[in-house]
Design a protein around this ligand. Structure first.
Ligand SMILES: Nc1nc2c(ncn2[C@@H]2O[C@H](COP(=O)(O)OP(=O)(O)O)[C@@H](O)[C@H]2O)c(=O)[nH]1
Ligand SMILES: [Mg+2]
Length: 222
């Protein structure tokens, strides 16, 4: 519990045995429920997560969005926090993000990875792609969002009821923000420190970048 609110943390994992261990090792004690969504890992992701007492839920169909939608169905907390299982997002930031979230009476907080302070954390190509996608999303949806592709969010579980989440892939990250930007939801963005991931990268920069751009256009004009 954090100030009378039940806290659920969700982490999607596809072969993240190394990263998830570090994430779970650093999980703050006030977190009530930790859900690891295993997307058909062939390594020891499940065993490692279970050894830390996480609830491991299996999603057989691959996809980042698919994994989150499955995880949301199992979440019982008042507030949901997400982060990758690769230890690139800082579990230590959870407490200060929650503090800001509650203090500012937000409904959705996006943790921005920019400016990236650790040079090894993100390549120039990634930074550039991110900036292009964030500008496109901001223009199309009339709200400046610096990190449209961030995978770390803090939000009230209740706002999920009004969201229409169709993406099963990497575009899920921008889609949940677009849905959160709808009327009446208080959206804030706060910087975190981003580090280089452990294990193998799952993102395919060109394929996922172009797909995410087309997804934005479809979401806006459909
Ligand atoms: N790409 C991808 N990532 C998945 C999938 N299922 C779970 N994930 C997890 O989603 C997170 C994001 O992937 P990652 O390679 O870190 O991409 P990036 O953070 O955008 O560079 C990681 O924790 C992955 O293990 C999947 O089917 N595809
Ligand atoms: Mg990652």
């Amino acid at each position: 519990m954090y100030r009378d609110q039940r806290i659920t943390v969700i982490s999607p994992c596809l072969n993240e045995e190394q990263g998830i261990e570090q994430v779970l090792r650093r999980m703050p004690g006030f977190v009530d429920q930790v859900i690891v969504v295993d997307n058909g890992s062939t390594d020891r992701t499940r065993e490692v997560a279970e050894s830390f007492g996480a609830e491991v839920i299996r999603e057989d169909v691959r996809g980042y969005g698919r994994a989150y939608k499955r995880g949301f169905r199992h979440a019982t907390g008042d507030i949901i926090i997400t982060l990758d299982g690769d230890h690139s997002y800082p579990p230590d930031a959870i407490s200060y993000l929650l503090e800001a979230f509650q203090h500012l009476e937000a409904d959705f907080l996006n943790a921005s990875r920019f400016p990236v302070l650790d040079r090894r954390a993100m390549s120039f190509k990634h930074k550039f792609g991110n900036l292009v996608l964030s500008i496109c999303m901001s223009v199309l949806f009339f709200r400046w969002v610096r990190d449209s592709q961030s995978g770390m969010w803090v939000f009230r579980r209740s706002i999920l009821a009004d969201m229409k989440l169709v993406s099963d892939g990497m575009a899920f990250s921008e889609e949940i923000k677009i849905e959160a930007l709808k009327n009446g939801v208080r959206f804030i963005e706060i910087p975190i420190t981003y580090s280089s991931r452990l294990g193998e990268i799952k993102l395919n920069p060109w394929r996922d970048g172009i797909h995410n751009l087309l997804f934005l256009l479809r979401k806006r004009f459909d």
